[in-house]
Design a protein around this ligand. Structure first.
Ligand code: UDP
Ligand code: MG
Length: 342
């Protein structure tokens, strides 16, 4: 069992399927893929046992995407379109979609049909078992370049090691989120968003469903290497304070080298080895001064990290469910009585 599953093992409360399922789809310059998306969504909606709405976010596309989305919305009342004023990036576009989704369960997916719609049936089954987050985990990634697959592989391993060990590997944003969990997630209004990390941070009962990622249906990727690198950097720095602590660690390492050099120089002097006058003292002093400066920066980093965490104004805790809480909460009149008695 993976850490994330073990960490979120809950008392599962089975529930009935959602009355309304929302599909949240961010789109950026996807005119080539929208016709395929439209027919795939229409076909998929027919196989669902519940009502469905599709929340499409136009993330500042400069091609015919908006036109196609508006046309689709005019023909089908289940289609809702949010048009952002400019390109804000995938994570913010997805957030806008989540904010506007009305479903009891919400699924985030890419417009390019890389995430197969039928997997959602399996997600709904898990939702009915009581899971609040059902994330798609890729077993294979057909049609993606070796470089893309390698960077993605490396990304998840680095993130797990340095950022958050709860982050499941090989998962994208393709996931189902229950209304309870979504309400919690939406309370996190940080500017630099890393939705995958945030969804794992909120906790709740989470589980993976395995799937085979399909090749892009049409068009080209909107995540070139440059954007991937910037996304990874945002993920690392928006979710973790490890980078701020690196300088303290370097300081300790360089300090250790300085001390080792000092010990070696003293030993060499005592034993009578060949020594270069002045070399050891210079090396030792430079290392120790460097170390002191780096450690000081690291300490500053610690405070900056605390301020940074505080500035995110995340909720201190999140309540997944309550049991017998209504009865336990004192009614106003009894509260007034209690105050009088004190
Ligand atoms: N996307 C977006 N804003 C952006 C970049 C991408 O809304 O700035 C959307 C894009 O239209 C697609 C999804 O995010 O629906 C994932 O992008 P893409 O499929 O190009 O990424 P990849 O699957 O290649 O990593
Ligand atoms: Mg894609």
């Amino acid at each position: 069992m993976s850490v994330s599953e073990a960490a979120t093992r809950h008392l599962l409360q089975p529930r009935s399927g959602p009355n309304l399922l929302s599909l949240v789809i961010p789109t950026f310059n996807e005119e080539a893929v929208i016709p395929y998306l439209r027919s795939a969504c229409e076909e998929f909606a027919g196989t669902l046992p519940c009502a469905v709405e599709v929340v499409l976010v136009n993330d500042g596309s400069v091609d015919g995407t908006l036109h196609q989305l508006v046309e689709w919305a005019a023909a089908d009342p289940r289609i809702r379109v949010i048009h952002l004023s400019r390109n804000f990036g995938h994570q913010i576009a997805a957030t806008a979609g989540l904010d506007h989704a009305r479903g009891d369960a919400v699924v985030i997916l890419d417009a390019d049909l890389q995430d197969p719609l039928p997997v959602i049936h399996e997600m709904i089954a898990r939702y009915c078992e009581g899971y609040d987050v059902v994330y798609g985990q890729r077993e294979s990634r057909a049609g993606e370049s070796l470089q893309k697959r390698f960077t993605a592989w490396l990304f998840y391993r680095i993130m797990r090691t340095f950022v958050d060990e709860r982050l499941p590997v090989d998962t994208g944003d393709f996931r189902l989120i229950s209304r309870e969990c979504l309400n919690a997630l939406m309370r996190m209004r940080e500017t630099h968003r890393f939705l995958r990390g945030m969804t794992s941070w909120v906790g709740f009962a989470q589980i993976a469903v395995k799937y085979h990622r399909q090749p892009r249906r049409a068009g080209t990727t909107k995540y070139p290497l440059r954007k991937m690198l910037s996304f990874s950097w945002t993920a690392a720095t928006s979710f973790s304070t490890v980078p701020l602590r690196v300088s303290a660690l370097l300081g300790v390492l360089i300090g250790a080298v300085g001390l080792e050099e000092a010990a070696r120089a003293i030993l060499a002097y005592l034993i009578g080895w060949y020594t270069v006058p002045g070399w050891a003292s210079l090396t030792v002093l430079t290392s120790l001064i460097g170390s002191a400066i780096l450690i000081s920066i690291g300490i500053l980093g610690e405070y900056v990290a605390k301020l940074y965490e505080q500035s995110k104004e995340r909720p201190l805790y999140l309540v997944a469910r309550t049991f017998n809480m209504e009865e336990a909460r004192p009614k106003p009149e009894t509260l007034a009585e209690a105050v009088r008695q004190v």
